[in-house]
Unconditional design. Structure first.
Length: 286
């Protein structure tokens, strides 16, 4: 069966799969035009917390970025119900390849036949998810950073993605105050994360080897590059469990040892995951 682009998208829902740190921020941005936005999570409490986040943050986002004051939000723990008639599905679950592969097979089976199936994965190419997908031409990477503060989105084909989907999203995403960037060739880490990976890897090693403390690295980075974003503060925002998963994947692809893994594993074992747990490399998150 030939894939056709979704129609009537202005009147159809959008579904976010995963209500964690990024999932709820993606939901916030995609709610700006007043579309019905559903957040699905296997834990309904997390889905409800994501919806509460959107509801409380949305007024400020609309004031700053524009959009409709109207909002339709729903928390779901039934995947079929969450996907019903959605034109766009964005996966934002943990960076576990097996989990994503199983999920995309389910999305392909349960979502509308014309729905665009996008992965927010920051380290896996969507080419790795399509083994159980009957319509791989509708699958792609749509990688968000940390909206609404950072509104760039990288779009990367799986190698099978219908080029019309990329064109559709390049045209549609600016309506949600997002800035789409086309990744022109498959690349582990896409564009910015490929560059960021090198900075992050060496920052972690400098600390793991005892050369410096996180505060030293961040202070130097901020001063030299005049940047408000610094390596260890940013890793705390992302979550150290996510950082470890991503670093493990990069090292696996490169056939290299993750030398910072023991340090990250020690933090994680203590429950120091970053901002979301109240402590990570820093302990000043009130």
């Amino acid at each position: 069966m030939t894939y056709t682009l979704p129609d009537n998208i202005a009147d159809r829902p959008i579904t976010i799969v995963g209500g964690g740190t990024l999932g709820r921020r993606i939901a916030l941005m995609l709610s700006l035009q007043g579309a019905e936005v559903r957040v699905y999570d296997t834990d309904l409490a997390i889905a409800k917390a994501a919806i509460e986040y959107v509801a409380t943050q949305r007024h400020r986002a609309v004031e700053e970025l524009g959009g409709s004051p109207a909002v339709r939000l729903a928390a779901k723990d039934d995947l079929a119900e969450a996907l019903r008639d959605s034109w766009l599905v964005v996966e934002a679950v943990p960076e576990k390849l097996g989990l994503k592969q199983a999920l995309f097979a389910d999305l392909d089976h349960l979502a509308a036949e014309d729905a665009v199936l996008a992965s927010n994965s920051s380290s896996f190419s969507s080419a790795e998810f399509i083994g159980g997908v009957s319509s791989p031409e509708r699958v792609l990477n749509m990688h968000f950073y940390m909206p609404p503060a950072v509104r760039s989105v990288e779009l990367m084909s799986s190698g099978h993605t219908d080029p019309q989907i990329i064109e559709l999203l390049m045209a549609e995403l600016p309506k949600y105050a997002l800035m789409p960037h086309r990744v022109r060739k498959q690349s582990t880490g896409f564009i910015l994360n490929r560059i960021w990976a090198a900075i992050k890897r060496e920052s972690l090693l400098v600390v793991a080897e005892g050369v410096a403390e996180p505060r030293d690295v961040d202070a130097l980075f901020a001063d030299v590059f005049k940047s408000e974003v610094t390596p260890f503060r940013f890793m705390d925002e992302v979550g150290l469990d996510v950082v470890l998963d991503i670093e493990n994947h990069y090292c696996e692809v490169a056939g290299a040892e993750n030398k910072s893994a023991p340090m990250l594993q020690d933090y994680i074992a203590k429950g120091w995951l970053g901002v979301k747990s109240g402590r990570g490399f820093y302990n000043d998150y009130a």
